[in-house]
Each structure stands twice: as C-alpha cells, then as structure tokens.
Write a protein that binds this ligand. Structure first.
Ligand code: JEH
Length: 259
C-alpha cells in the first residue's frame, strides 16, 4: 500500500519509522511518503493560510497551495483521499478495514480552522474523498488523526502482524463478539504484589474460562459502554448472560415477537 501525507509539520510522522509501521515499511508492505505543504507556497513567507470569508476566529488554509500540492502528488493516479476534520464521518474499525483494502491512500492534514472547502469539492469530483473524524474531541490539526488512522489501517495489512489471527479478532471488528468489549488479561507471575490471577484462568477448564471471559466482557461493556450494551441483540444472549445482566440490574430490550 502506498500512503502519501501532506502536512506543514512532516516531523509529526517520525513514529511511522518505528515499531509495527516501521517493520511494514522495511518489509515493503507500506510505502510512506510525507510531503511538506509549504514547498508549494511561493511567496517569501511560504504562506499557507488566510482570513476566513464571512468573518470569525482563526485562519483557513488557502486552496491554491493545496491544489498545487495535490496535483503534484496525485499526478495521473487516483488515490483515495482522506481529510481529517472534527466534522467528518466517524473513523471506525469498519472504515479502517475498507481503507486497508485500497492500494493508495492520500491524507491531507489541515491546521488552523481547516482547509478551504473548495479543495474537497474540486478533488471530490475526480477522486473518492472522505472527510473523517477520529472522535468527539478537538485536536489542533489533522496530523495526530492521521497517525491514529495509519496505525489502525497498517496493522490490518497482510503480513504486518506476526499472528495472522490478531487483527481479525478485535472488539470492534464486524463479527461474532461485536458490541462486547474485551475483558481483563493476565500473565505470569500468578501472584504480583498480593494481586492474584483469577483461579479459573489457571484451572485448565476451557468451558469455565470461556464463560468467565464472557461474564467479564458483559460487565465491562455495561460499565464502560452503556450504549453498546443497549444495542445488544437479545437473540445473541444465552441463559447465563441473561442471569448476569439481571444481577447487574440491566434492562434488556424486549424480544422481537416476529421471531
Ligand atoms: C482538527 C483536522 C485541522 C480546531 C477547531 C475547529 C469543533 C465544536 N477528531 C478530531 N478532532 N479534531 C480533529 C479531528 C479529526 N480527525 C481535527 C483540526 C484539523 C482534524 C484543523 N483542526 C483544528 C480545528 C473548529 N471547531 C470544531 N467545534 C462545536 C465541537 C467548534 C469549532 C476546527 C479545526
């Protein structure tokens, strides 16, 4: 996969040289190219921003500079273009999977109040362009959002994770355990500073281990993500699940009488 990133702060992307992303690049699975937007700003001050039409606070990134940068990087190719913005569609595991299947991604990192909207209109007529948000909090620019998305996508690429099963068995991956968070995990030693590993995990009883893990997953989902718990399909719950949820005073939605 080729991954182009355009930013006024290319130094933000140093982490892509290490760990999982660095390995993927060494192995030739990932071809990352980071570009300095200011190279396409031609005035003495290499200006990339201007005051917003209609007034208001802050500055907006100028369309001409972005246009020259994008024309150069795109050439006659057709990458999928991603523009991080607080007002974008949510970046989810499902979108990460979709993007991991693309041969070429181009990330456009805004700063200030964002990029003149005509840039997205112009390239949206030629390429698939998605404005995306990584969550409901406000960052100072798109760079950190791109690091988050690049890592979420990178670990899904074939050959990046050592364990071929690691990437498909995630909490938010569409599939069997969807809508349930993972429970706690433990390793050796069996007692650390007086804290014991739950005995059931040392029992070797696979059925009891599976049941305990599911109980923990349900408890955590109720405590940390009540909206995920509320979306649980009652049809996917067994009698143990129902007993636990009742114990925790969790009200299940009514059964669909059509089934
Ligand atoms: C932030 C790209 C480019 C700051 C403020 C405003 C919020 C209230 N999840 C994410 N959070 N932030 C970004 C992002 C992603 N992906 C992100 C960016 C840029 C991504 C510049 N900035 C900074 C920035 C305007 N405020 C947005 N509003 C109501 C929630 C108030 C207005 C825009 C851009």
């Amino acid at each position: 996969m080729r991954l182009d990133i355009i930013s006024i702060f290319p130094e933000y992307f140093a982490p892509l040289d290490v760990s999982l992303m660095g390995k993927a690049r060494e192995r030739g699975i990932l071809d990352v190219r980071v570009h300095q937007l200011r190279e396409w700003a031609h005035d003495v001050h290499r200006t990339v921003d201007d005051t917003p039409y209609g007034g208001g606070p802050g500055m907006v990134m100028k369309p001409e500079v972005w246009g020259e940068a994008l024309d150069t990087v795109i050439g006659d190719g057709s990458p999928r273009m991603i523009v991080p913005t607080p007002s974008g569609r949510p970046f989810t595991q499902e979108l990460a999977q979709e993007l991991a299947a693309e041969p070429w991604l181009l990330f456009a990192c805004g700063r200030y109040e964002g990029i003149d909207s005509r840039v997205m209109a112009e390239y949206g007529a030629r390429l698939r362009v998605d404005e995306v948000s990584i969550g409901d909090y406000v960052l100072a620019g798109g760079e950190v959002a791109v690091l988050v998305m690049a890592e979420a996508i990178g670990r899904l690429l074939p050959g990046v994770l050592g364990n071929a099963h690691s990437a498909v068995d995630d909490s938010f991956a569409p599939g069997a355990m969807r809508n349930l968070l993972e429970g706690p995990v433990y390793t050796k030693p069996p007692v650390w500073r007086g804290h014991e590993v739950p005995a059931v995990l040392l029992s070797g009883h696979h059925g009891k281990v599976a049941r305990w893990r599911r109980d923990q997953a349900l408890r955590r989902t109720l405590a940390n993500r009540p909206e995920l718990a509320a979306a649980l399909d009652p049809e996917t719950l067994d009698k143990h699940d129902r007993r636990l949820l009742e114990e925790l005073a969790f009200r299940l939605p009514p059964e669909d009488m059509a089934h």
